[in-house]
Design a protein around this ligand. Structure first.
Ligand code: FES
Length: 132
């Protein structure tokens, strides 16, 4: 504890008193090269403390959420689930996988426009009965 006491009451004040800090802003122009070199540790320490302090209180940038695929279909429900009786499918049916169809869950071809606008490559899930 004696070391801390001596540092705060004697060493640091003596160090600060020895720094060649001019009394006015224009006094910096008259500092010699040796004066500037003597200021380097002090300016470096103050800059480091300022940087760490500002960084500590700087707000963190918001974490970007991943994009969603469903923009408008049944947004009022927690999870969109469609159940289809396999016996009612018929010969062939196309189900939407792009979430842009106005006849969701069936594909209405809206994926074409979506792909053109976004560069995406989505398409429907086509279920087809095996022909005998
Ligand atoms: Fe969505 Fe065709 S409309 S896959």
């Amino acid at each position: 504890m004696e070391i801390v006491n001596r540092l705060i009451t004697s060493t640091l004040p003596n160090y600060f008193a020895s720094l060649p800090i001019p009394k006015s802003v224009f006094g910096f122009i008259q500092l010699s090269g040796g004066d500037w070199i003597a200021l380097i540790p002090f300016v470096g320490t103050v800059s480091l403390i300022a940087y760490v302090t500002v960084k500590a209180f700087q707000p963190k940038p918001p974490v970007a959420k991943k994009p969603i695929c469903n923009l408008k279909i049944q947004k009022e429900v927690q999870k969109v689930v469609n159940i289809v009786d396999i016996e009612e499918i018929g010969e062939k049916v196309s189900y939407c996988r792009c979430w842009r169809s106005k006849r969701f869950p069936l594909c209405d071809g809206s994926h074409t426009k979506h792909n053109e606008e976004t560069g995406d490559n989505v398409g429907p899930l086509v279920l087809k009965r095996k022909s005998n």
